[in-house]
Design a protein around this ligand. Structure first.
Ligand SMILES: Nc1ncnc2c1ncn2[C@@H]1O[C@H](COP(=O)(O)OP(=O)(O)OP(=O)(O)O)[C@@H](O)[C@H]1O
Ligand SMILES: [Mg+2]
Length: 309
Protein backbone atom coordinates (compact mmCIF):
# COMPACT_ATOMS: atom_id res chain seq x y z
CA UNK A 1 0.00 0.00 0.00
CA UNK A 2 1.47 3.29 -0.98
CA UNK A 3 -0.02 6.54 0.10
CA UNK A 4 -1.86 8.45 -2.55
CA UNK A 5 0.58 10.50 -4.63
CA UNK A 6 -1.61 11.57 -7.51
CA UNK A 7 0.25 13.42 -10.26
CA UNK A 8 -3.15 14.52 -11.50
CA UNK A 9 -6.62 14.16 -10.13
CA UNK A 10 -7.12 10.49 -9.59
CA UNK A 11 -10.46 8.84 -10.15
CA UNK A 12 -11.36 11.71 -12.34
CA UNK A 13 -14.35 9.72 -13.52
CA UNK A 14 -16.05 10.34 -10.17
CA UNK A 15 -16.16 14.01 -10.90
CA UNK A 16 -17.20 14.14 -14.51
CA UNK A 17 -20.66 15.67 -14.16
CA UNK A 18 -20.43 18.91 -16.12
CA UNK A 19 -21.35 21.96 -14.08
CA UNK A 20 -24.64 23.53 -15.11
CA UNK A 21 -24.46 27.15 -16.24
CA UNK A 22 -27.40 29.45 -15.57
CA UNK A 23 -28.67 32.08 -17.99
CA UNK A 24 -26.60 34.66 -16.12
CA UNK A 25 -23.49 32.57 -16.65
CA UNK A 26 -23.19 31.57 -13.00
CA UNK A 27 -21.82 28.09 -12.58
CA UNK A 28 -23.98 25.85 -10.44
CA UNK A 29 -21.97 22.93 -9.20
CA UNK A 30 -24.13 19.90 -8.64
CA UNK A 31 -23.23 18.06 -5.46
CA UNK A 32 -23.59 14.41 -6.33
CA UNK A 33 -23.93 11.76 -3.68
CA UNK A 34 -21.09 9.70 -5.09
CA UNK A 35 -20.09 7.05 -2.62
CA UNK A 36 -16.52 7.43 -1.44
CA UNK A 37 -14.29 4.55 -2.38
CA UNK A 38 -12.76 3.31 0.84
CA UNK A 39 -9.09 2.35 1.04
CA UNK A 40 -8.13 -0.85 2.85
CA UNK A 41 -7.07 -0.12 6.42
CA UNK A 42 -4.28 -2.68 6.37
CA UNK A 43 -1.84 -4.00 3.82
CA UNK A 44 0.99 -6.47 3.39
CA UNK A 45 3.32 -3.80 1.99
CA UNK A 46 6.83 -3.50 3.35
CA UNK A 47 6.67 0.28 3.10
CA UNK A 48 4.50 0.70 6.18
CA UNK A 49 5.72 3.12 8.85
CA UNK A 50 3.10 2.44 11.51
CA UNK A 51 1.30 -0.87 11.86
CA UNK A 52 -1.59 -1.11 14.32
CA UNK A 53 -3.28 -4.43 15.03
CA UNK A 54 -6.29 -5.00 17.30
CA UNK A 55 -5.27 -2.01 19.37
CA UNK A 56 -7.56 -1.11 22.26
CA UNK A 57 -7.48 1.41 25.06
CA UNK A 58 -9.54 1.05 28.21
CA UNK A 59 -9.32 3.75 30.89
CA UNK A 60 -10.04 2.76 34.46
CA UNK A 61 -12.36 5.40 35.88
CA UNK A 62 -14.24 5.72 39.17
CA UNK A 63 -17.36 4.59 37.26
CA UNK A 64 -15.60 1.47 35.97
CA UNK A 65 -13.70 0.68 32.77
CA UNK A 66 -14.18 3.09 29.90
CA UNK A 67 -13.40 1.80 26.40
CA UNK A 68 -11.85 4.73 24.53
CA UNK A 69 -10.58 2.77 21.53
CA UNK A 70 -12.24 -0.32 20.16
CA UNK A 71 -10.02 -2.81 18.33
CA UNK A 72 -8.29 -0.78 15.67
CA UNK A 73 -6.38 -2.06 12.65
CA UNK A 74 -4.49 0.43 10.59
CA UNK A 75 -1.38 0.81 8.44
CA UNK A 76 0.19 4.19 7.76
CA UNK A 77 2.51 4.15 4.75
CA UNK A 78 5.90 5.86 5.02
CA UNK A 79 5.70 9.49 3.95
CA UNK A 80 1.91 9.63 4.15
CA UNK A 81 0.17 12.81 5.31
CA UNK A 82 -2.52 10.97 7.26
CA UNK A 83 -5.51 12.88 8.59
CA UNK A 84 -7.89 11.80 11.34
CA UNK A 85 -11.38 13.26 11.67
CA UNK A 86 -14.01 12.13 14.13
CA UNK A 87 -16.48 13.47 16.68
CA UNK A 88 -15.32 14.94 19.95
CA UNK A 89 -14.44 12.25 22.49
CA UNK A 90 -14.00 9.44 19.93
CA UNK A 91 -10.39 8.78 20.93
CA UNK A 92 -8.30 10.75 18.42
CA UNK A 93 -5.95 12.28 20.98
CA UNK A 94 -5.76 8.99 22.84
CA UNK A 95 -4.57 7.27 19.67
CA UNK A 96 -1.94 9.97 19.04
CA UNK A 97 -0.73 9.85 22.64
CA UNK A 98 -0.32 6.08 22.36
CA UNK A 99 1.72 6.55 19.18
CA UNK A 100 3.83 9.21 20.91
CA UNK A 101 4.52 6.83 23.80
CA UNK A 102 2.70 9.12 26.25
CA UNK A 103 -0.04 6.59 26.95
CA UNK A 104 0.00 2.77 27.21
CA UNK A 105 -2.40 0.79 25.05
CA UNK A 106 -4.45 -1.90 26.75
CA UNK A 107 -4.19 -4.71 24.19
CA UNK A 108 -3.12 -5.34 20.62
CA UNK A 109 0.13 -4.42 18.94
CA UNK A 110 1.73 -1.26 17.65
CA UNK A 111 4.77 -1.44 15.40
CA UNK A 112 6.66 1.65 14.33
CA UNK A 113 9.70 1.18 12.15
CA UNK A 114 12.80 2.37 13.96
CA UNK A 115 14.25 5.74 12.94
CA UNK A 116 17.84 6.08 11.73
CA UNK A 117 20.36 6.24 14.56
CA UNK A 118 20.29 9.56 16.40
CA UNK A 119 16.89 10.65 15.10
CA UNK A 120 13.87 10.89 17.36
CA UNK A 121 10.95 8.65 16.53
CA UNK A 122 8.38 11.42 16.77
CA UNK A 123 7.61 15.02 17.65
CA UNK A 124 4.19 16.17 18.72
CA UNK A 125 2.55 19.52 17.99
CA UNK A 126 -0.40 20.23 20.26
CA UNK A 127 -3.37 22.52 20.04
CA UNK A 128 -2.59 25.87 21.65
CA UNK A 129 0.57 26.78 23.41
CA UNK A 130 3.26 24.26 24.10
CA UNK A 131 6.26 26.61 24.05
CA UNK A 132 8.51 27.22 27.02
CA UNK A 133 7.62 30.77 28.10
CA UNK A 134 11.09 31.47 29.55
CA UNK A 135 12.86 30.60 26.29
CA UNK A 136 13.25 32.78 23.21
CA UNK A 137 11.87 31.76 19.83
CA UNK A 138 15.35 30.53 18.87
CA UNK A 139 15.81 28.52 22.07
CA UNK A 140 12.36 26.99 21.76
CA UNK A 141 12.97 25.97 18.14
CA UNK A 142 16.42 24.60 19.02
CA UNK A 143 15.21 22.68 22.08
CA UNK A 144 15.16 19.14 20.64
CA UNK A 145 18.51 19.47 18.91
CA UNK A 146 20.13 21.05 21.98
CA UNK A 147 18.84 18.24 24.20
CA UNK A 148 20.32 15.69 21.81
CA UNK A 149 23.70 17.44 22.06
CA UNK A 150 23.94 18.36 18.39
CA UNK A 151 26.93 20.52 17.36
CA UNK A 152 26.32 24.28 17.58
CA UNK A 153 26.97 24.79 13.85
CA UNK A 154 24.34 22.21 12.89
CA UNK A 155 21.79 23.73 15.29
CA UNK A 156 22.44 27.17 13.82
CA UNK A 157 21.89 25.94 10.26
CA UNK A 158 18.79 23.84 10.96
CA UNK A 159 17.03 26.26 13.28
CA UNK A 160 17.91 29.20 11.03
CA UNK A 161 16.40 27.31 8.09
CA UNK A 162 13.08 26.53 9.80
CA UNK A 163 12.70 29.97 11.36
CA UNK A 164 13.18 31.43 7.88
CA UNK A 165 10.65 28.95 6.40
CA UNK A 166 8.09 29.99 8.99
CA UNK A 167 8.80 33.72 8.62
CA UNK A 168 10.19 34.07 12.14
CA UNK A 169 13.85 34.97 11.57
CA UNK A 170 13.33 38.54 12.75
CA UNK A 171 11.69 37.31 15.95
CA UNK A 172 14.41 34.87 16.97
CA UNK A 173 15.11 36.80 20.19
CA UNK A 174 11.45 37.36 21.16
CA UNK A 175 9.71 35.49 23.94
CA UNK A 176 6.40 33.65 23.39
CA UNK A 177 4.36 36.30 25.25
CA UNK A 178 5.57 38.86 22.71
CA UNK A 179 4.10 36.87 19.79
CA UNK A 180 0.60 36.40 18.38
CA UNK A 181 -1.13 33.01 18.64
CA UNK A 182 -0.37 32.29 14.97
CA UNK A 183 3.30 33.12 15.44
CA UNK A 184 3.52 30.86 18.47
CA UNK A 185 2.08 27.98 16.45
CA UNK A 186 4.68 28.72 13.77
CA UNK A 187 7.41 28.36 16.39
CA UNK A 188 5.89 24.99 17.39
CA UNK A 189 5.99 23.87 13.77
CA UNK A 190 9.57 25.12 13.30
CA UNK A 191 10.58 23.28 16.48
CA UNK A 192 8.90 20.04 15.36
CA UNK A 193 10.58 20.06 11.92
CA UNK A 194 13.96 21.21 13.29
CA UNK A 195 13.88 18.21 15.62
CA UNK A 196 13.82 16.07 12.44
CA UNK A 197 11.62 13.29 13.79
CA UNK A 198 10.69 10.24 11.79
CA UNK A 199 7.01 10.90 12.41
CA UNK A 200 5.19 14.14 13.09
CA UNK A 201 2.11 13.90 15.32
CA UNK A 202 -0.16 16.94 15.20
CA UNK A 203 -3.22 17.30 17.40
CA UNK A 204 -5.47 20.10 16.11
CA UNK A 205 -2.51 22.48 15.84
CA UNK A 206 -4.47 25.22 14.07
CA UNK A 207 -7.88 24.92 15.69
CA UNK A 208 -7.47 28.00 17.91
CA UNK A 209 -6.48 30.28 15.02
CA UNK A 210 -8.61 32.64 12.98
CA UNK A 211 -9.41 31.61 9.41
CA UNK A 212 -6.84 33.89 7.72
CA UNK A 213 -3.97 32.73 9.90
CA UNK A 214 -5.10 29.15 9.52
CA UNK A 215 -4.89 29.28 5.73
CA UNK A 216 -1.44 30.90 5.86
CA UNK A 217 -0.17 28.30 8.29
CA UNK A 218 -1.65 25.45 6.27
CA UNK A 219 0.25 26.77 3.23
CA UNK A 220 3.44 27.07 5.26
CA UNK A 221 3.04 23.57 6.63
CA UNK A 222 2.47 22.17 3.14
CA UNK A 223 5.58 23.94 1.81
CA UNK A 224 7.79 22.67 4.63
CA UNK A 225 6.33 19.19 4.42
CA UNK A 226 7.07 19.07 0.67
CA UNK A 227 10.79 19.47 1.51
CA UNK A 228 10.84 16.51 3.85
CA UNK A 229 7.85 14.28 3.04
CA UNK A 230 7.74 13.04 6.61
CA UNK A 231 5.10 10.66 7.82
CA UNK A 232 2.47 12.88 9.46
CA UNK A 233 -0.55 12.02 11.58
CA UNK A 234 -2.74 15.08 11.90
CA UNK A 235 -5.98 15.35 13.88
CA UNK A 236 -8.54 17.92 12.89
CA UNK A 237 -12.20 18.69 13.38
CA UNK A 238 -12.25 20.43 10.03
CA UNK A 239 -13.07 18.31 6.98
CA UNK A 240 -11.80 21.24 4.89
CA UNK A 241 -8.44 21.05 6.60
CA UNK A 242 -8.31 17.26 6.18
CA UNK A 243 -8.93 17.48 2.43
CA UNK A 244 -6.59 20.47 2.02
CA UNK A 245 -3.60 18.86 3.70
CA UNK A 246 -3.98 15.11 3.60
CA UNK A 247 -3.08 12.23 1.33
CA UNK A 248 -5.46 9.99 3.18
CA UNK A 249 -8.26 10.57 5.70
CA UNK A 250 -9.56 8.24 8.39
CA UNK A 251 -13.09 8.95 9.58
CA UNK A 252 -13.55 7.64 13.11
CA UNK A 253 -16.77 6.44 14.69
CA UNK A 254 -18.34 8.00 17.77
CA UNK A 255 -17.15 6.48 21.05
CA UNK A 256 -15.79 3.87 21.33
CA UNK A 257 -13.41 5.02 18.58
CA UNK A 258 -12.87 2.82 15.56
CA UNK A 259 -11.97 3.44 11.95
CA UNK A 260 -15.23 3.90 10.07
CA UNK A 261 -13.73 4.60 6.67
CA UNK A 262 -10.42 5.55 5.12
CA UNK A 263 -10.33 7.51 1.86
CA UNK A 264 -7.62 8.86 -0.41
CA UNK A 265 -7.44 12.54 -1.28
CA UNK A 266 -6.88 12.65 -5.02
CA UNK A 267 -5.45 16.16 -5.45
CA UNK A 268 -2.04 16.74 -6.94
CA UNK A 269 0.84 18.26 -4.99
CA UNK A 270 2.21 20.75 -4.40
CA UNK A 271 -1.12 22.26 -3.36
CA UNK A 272 -2.14 25.87 -3.06
CA UNK A 273 -4.85 26.11 -0.43
CA UNK A 274 -7.13 28.71 -2.00
CA UNK A 275 -6.77 27.38 -5.56
CA UNK A 276 -7.56 23.90 -4.36
CA UNK A 277 -10.66 25.11 -2.55
CA UNK A 278 -11.94 26.78 -5.69
CA UNK A 279 -12.20 23.42 -7.47
CA UNK A 280 -15.64 21.79 -7.58
CA UNK A 281 -14.01 18.40 -6.94
CA UNK A 282 -12.77 19.77 -3.63
CA UNK A 283 -16.27 20.76 -2.56
CA UNK A 284 -17.63 17.40 -3.57
CA UNK A 285 -15.06 15.49 -1.56
CA UNK A 286 -15.65 17.65 1.53
CA UNK A 287 -19.40 17.18 1.11
CA UNK A 288 -19.12 13.41 0.80
CA UNK A 289 -16.83 13.02 3.80
CA UNK A 290 -19.17 15.21 5.83
CA UNK A 291 -22.00 12.87 4.95
CA UNK A 292 -20.20 10.03 6.70
CA UNK A 293 -18.96 12.11 9.59
CA UNK A 294 -22.31 13.73 10.35
CA UNK A 295 -23.86 10.41 11.47
CA UNK A 296 -21.03 9.93 13.95
CA UNK A 297 -21.24 13.49 15.26
CA UNK A 298 -24.97 13.00 15.84
CA UNK A 299 -24.34 9.69 17.61
CA UNK A 300 -21.70 11.34 19.81
CA UNK A 301 -24.11 14.12 20.67
CA UNK A 302 -26.81 11.60 21.62
CA UNK A 303 -24.27 9.79 23.82
CA UNK A 304 -23.34 13.04 25.56
CA UNK A 305 -27.00 13.87 26.16
CA UNK A 306 -27.55 10.35 27.56
CA UNK A 307 -24.59 10.79 29.91
CA UNK A 308 -25.75 14.21 31.06
CA UNK A 309 -29.34 13.14 31.83
N1 LIG B 1 -7.01 9.71 31.38
C1 LIG B 1 -8.29 9.44 31.08
N2 LIG B 1 -9.08 8.81 31.97
C2 LIG B 1 -10.35 8.50 31.68
N3 LIG B 1 -10.95 8.79 30.49
C3 LIG B 1 -10.20 9.41 29.56
C4 LIG B 1 -8.84 9.77 29.82
N4 LIG B 1 -8.35 10.38 28.71
C5 LIG B 1 -9.37 10.41 27.83
N5 LIG B 1 -10.46 9.83 28.33
C6 LIG B 1 -11.76 9.66 27.66
O1 LIG B 1 -11.53 8.94 26.45
C7 LIG B 1 -12.37 9.44 25.41
C8 LIG B 1 -11.49 9.84 24.25
O2 LIG B 1 -10.75 10.98 24.62
P1 LIG B 1 -9.87 11.76 23.57
O3 LIG B 1 -9.24 12.91 24.26
O4 LIG B 1 -8.95 10.80 22.91
O5 LIG B 1 -10.98 12.26 22.52
P2 LIG B 1 -10.81 13.14 21.21
O6 LIG B 1 -11.36 12.36 20.07
O7 LIG B 1 -9.40 13.62 21.11
O8 LIG B 1 -11.80 14.34 21.53
P3 LIG B 1 -11.70 15.90 21.12
O9 LIG B 1 -12.04 15.94 19.67
O10 LIG B 1 -12.75 16.56 21.95
O11 LIG B 1 -10.32 16.38 21.42
C9 LIG B 1 -13.14 10.61 26.02
O12 LIG B 1 -14.44 10.16 26.35
C10 LIG B 1 -12.37 10.98 27.25
O13 LIG B 1 -13.23 11.48 28.26
MG1 LIG C 1 -8.52 15.52 21.22
Amino acid sequence: MTCNRGSALLRRSRFQDPPAVTAKGIKVVLMTTTTLKPVAATSTDADVKIRIRDLTKVFQTKNGPFVALDPMNLDIPKGCFFMIVGPSGCGKTTLLRILAGLEEHTSGTLEITAPAAGRPSNSMVFQGDSLFPWMTVWENAAYGLTMRGKPKGEIKDVVGHYLARTGLSKFHASYPHQLSGGMRQRVSIARAFANDPDILLMDEPFSALDEQNKVLLQEELLRIWEETRKTVMFITHSVDEAVTLGDRIMIMTAHPGRSKMIVDVPFERPRKVLELRAQPEYGELVYNIWGHLRDEVQRARAQDEGRAS
